[in-house]
Design a protein around this ligand. Structure first.
Ligand code: PLP
Length: 468
């Protein structure tokens, strides 16, 4: 906060496409899509028009006890997104619960999974106490799922979460597949993206299996396994090696554990690389790239195209049915927010989904992914670039003291912050995660703009570490 008070803030006044303007008339590229929310660019004519049309009807009416048109239409569209044809198991995500942001979408999933498990699991055999043990959650090392108390409880980033430990409920964590810093990885450091990245015997999967088995032996198998599919965001942009997700979710299922997929960052085409088929609708969820269908799906950030705060948690009929009962049984899901199913957010979301399915948008995403991949290669010659990671349209670049040793900068050296400040001076805005610089451009970013984002990152790294 002291640093923030010392600096002159960048005060944004307007945006167009991938470009932001500030009060002083300066121009920036929005290289992290306004904290991972924006999909199609700022001031998009179709989303603007959809909101304006809705504004003329009504901006908001309560969804507590009532319904509204755009939110109902949106729910139907989200069910289509969550259940692509020819996919996956016979698990249909067909019930949609709206809330406000990524954190609340996760709170909803947690509370539903908790209560479903409590209601449907019998008391463990041989348990002396009449009370069944509370349903327990497992999530990944380094996990971040939001800043509300339930979401923080399943998070495992000490820097963010430790201060609140007294407030939280206890959850377990298991090793995430951070290959670059994995003690089991025997691949040698090299200077190329084509390097051998993972040389191991999937020891991390063995640890997952062990964790589930140990918990089952305690007579209280995990209620739910919580994960971000394909790429863990705030953990430091950590990509999962191909096949990891399929294997660990298979283990969870074999132990009777529900799956909660947090696609708050990865959803809506952000992390999908399988954009080949243009005949049918392309996948928009990361877990579908690995043919994984969760029991709960949390969506937020890009849902409205990055326009308005709105979120959704999808689940199955089976979970839904556990909350049905006579009035006096009070089985309902006791959860709701004032702005749940807000009409303006729903109108923006419907327009955003329409755009996502168009051929120009699909082509633009394919092109941008390829351009980013090519441009990011130019970073390798810099000695302070340790790792360059890309999944779809998400890139994380890990800064190190020396690529050979992979020695990390201490947080107090503020390496990531200094590089981002140097990028801002060159007209590119993003925000670091510790020593990792994030590039996550809006889908409308042109090849020239994408090249500028990377070249500015290159020059900023060179400047900051040349200065020492
Ligand atoms: C994977 C993931 N889940 C949940 C959240 C929380 O979302 P929000 O900030 O909208 O509450 C975030 C935010 O960065 C996130 O990256």
């Amino acid at each position: 906060m002291r640093d923030w008070l010392k600096r002159e803030p960048v005060v944004i006044t307007s945006g167009q496409g991938a470009v932001l303007h500030d009060v002083r008339g300066r121009e920036y590229l929005d290289a992290n899509s306004s904290i991972w929310t924006n999909l199609h660019g700022h001031n998009h004519p179709k989303i603007n028009a959809a909101i304006q049309r809705q504004l003329k009807k009504i901006s908001h009416s309560s969804a507590l006890g009532f319904a509204n048109e755009p939110a109902s239409l949106l729910a139907a569209e989200l069910v289509k997104v969550a259940n692509p044809k020819s996919k996956i198991r016979n698990l249909k995500l067909e019930k949609v619960f709206f809330s406000d942001d990524g954190s609340t979408a996760m709170e909803v999933a947690l509370k539903l999974a908790y209560e479903f498990t409590r209601r449907t699991r019998g008391k463990p055999a041989g348990r002396a106490s009449s009370r069944a043990a509370a349903p327990k959650f497992l999530s990944l090392g380094g996990a971040y799922h939001g800043d509300t108390v339930g979401a923080v409880s399943i998070g495992h980033i000490d820097l963010f979460h430790k201060a609140y430990s007294g407030l939280l409920f206890k959850t377990d964590k298991v090793m995430s597949p951070y290959c670059y810093r994995c003690p089991f990885n025997r691949a040698k450091p090299e200077r190329a993206d084509a390097r051998e990245y993972r040389k191991c015997n999937w020891e991390c999967i063995g640890l997952v299996e062990k964790k589930f088995s140990a918990q089952k032996r305690r007579g209280n198998a995990y209620a739910a396994f919580v994960f971000e599919p394909l790429m863990q965001g705030s953990a430091g942009m950590i990509p999962q090696p191909g096949g990891w997700l399929k294997q660990v979710t298979g283990i969870a299922r074999s132990h009777g554990t529900l799956l909660i997929a947090d696609e708050v960052m990865t959803g809506f085409g952000r992390a999908n690389s399988k954009l080949k088929s243009q005949k049918s609708k392309v996948p928009l969820l990361a877990c579908h790239d690995e043919d994984v269908q969760p029991d709960f799906l949390a969506l937020a950030k890009g849902l409205t195209g990055g326009y308005l705060p709105m979120a959704a948690t999808l689940t199955t009929q089976k979970i839904f049915d556990a909350f049905l009962g006579e009035y006096h049984e009070f089985k309902t899901f006791f959860h709701g927010h004032s702005y749940t199913a807000n009409q303006l957010g729903a109108a923006a979301s419907l327009a955003s989904l329409d755009i996502l399915h168009t051929t120009p948008s699909i082509r633009a995403r394919q092109k941008l992914e390829a351009v980013l991949r090519a441009e990011l290669k130019t970073l390798w010659p810099l000695p302070n670039i340790g790792d360059v990671r890309q999944v779809g349209l998400i890139a994380g670049v890990e800064l190190v003291k020396d690529w050979r040793t992979r020695a990390p900068f201490a947080l107090r050296e503020r390496a990531g912050i200094r590089v981002c400040a140097a990028m801002a001076r060159r007209g590119v805005l993003t925000r670091p995660i510790g020593n990792v610089i994030v590039l996550m451009p809006p889908y409308c970013t042109t090849p020239k703009q994408a090249a500028k984002m990377v070249s500015v990152l290159h020059d900023a790294v060179a400047e900051v570490f040349r200065a020492g």
